[in-house]
Design a protein around this ligand. Structure first.
Ligand code: ZN
Length: 261
């Protein structure tokens, strides 16, 4: 049995509340270490951006500060959501269609706070949780849709979840967007944002150094309030997220990993 599988099995034996506490400590230590020692500052650029988000909230958690900073300088930012967000831990009283509507409204509200108009938001509405399991035809269709958006807006920077973000939809988003960039034949700066990476990666020792190499931090202190407000728009999500998870994203820094597009 590999150490990774062993640790994953071990995690299942730990009481849920303990596990969340361990993950909280692990996540904040790793985040602080990366900001202080394992990364370099990234210069704020005037480059237009396109953010690909698997679910309605990842864009705000991962890139909310960057989005607000760019929009304050009137730099174009387009946001595209790949899934409909239906699988989120929302109330049982809502039907799946209602959950989809709620999450859309929350996304529009959060992004309005960050300075993105509803006309600059795209919902691709793939069923939540299915991105890694799309059949060949659906996968190709999704890549064509993403490539069409890239060709339409010609962003200079593209933001995607980290390629090893410890969540299947997130890792699949990275792969789909990467394939779409190749299909669109455009050159962009590709930046990966971590959402679950620090939280779920089973302990430091299993994070390979190359997974957290090329890390950059962006100071978002001047727009921190906007980001906090935008996060609070996601009312349907807040209660279902692990303890300490939201605090991790209330920092005055955002971390990005550069990779070749
Ligand atoms: Zn997500």
């Amino acid at each position: 049995m590999s150490i990774k599988i062993y640790l994953q099995r071990l995690q299942k034996l730990i009481p849920h509340t303990w596990l969340e506490q361990i993950q909280d400590i692990h996540s904040s230590l790793l985040f602080r270490w990366i900001v202080r020692k394992g990364s370099q500052p990234i210069a704020f650029t005037q480059k237009s951006a396109m953010v690909f988000s698997p679910h309605q909230d990842d864009e705000t958690f991962g890139c909310g500060g960057m989005i607000a900073l760019k929009r304050e300088h009137n730099i174009p930012v387009i946001v595209a959501f790949l899934t409909d967000g239906q699988g989120a831990g929302t109330s049982e009283v809502n039907t799946p269609d209602k959950i989809i509507q709620i999450r859309k409204q929350e996304a529009v509200k959060a992004l309005e706070i960050l300075g993105v108009k509803s006309s600059e938001i795209h919902f691709l509405e793939k069923p939540d949780g299915t991105l890694p399991y799309l059949d060949e035809r659906e996968r190709e269709q999704t890549i064509i849709q993403v490539a069409a958006l890239l060709k339409q807006y010609q962003p200079e920077e593209v933001y995607v979840p980290h390629r090893k973000d410890c969540h299947r939809d997130h890792e699949a988003t990275y792969q789909l967007v990467k394939a779409a960039i190749a299909q669109a034949g455009i050159t962009v700066d590709l930046l990966q944002y971590p959402i679950w990476l620090f939280w779920r990666a089973p302990l430091f020792i299993l994070l390979k150094l190359q997974d957290i190499a090329a890390a950059y931090y962006l100071s978002i202190a001047s727009v921190q309030d906007k980001k906090t407000q935008a996060i609070s728009s996601y009312c349907s999500q807040i209660e279902s997220l692990p303890r300490g998870f939201i605090q991790r994203f209330s920092s005055s820094h955002e971390i990005f990993f550069k990779s070749d597009s």
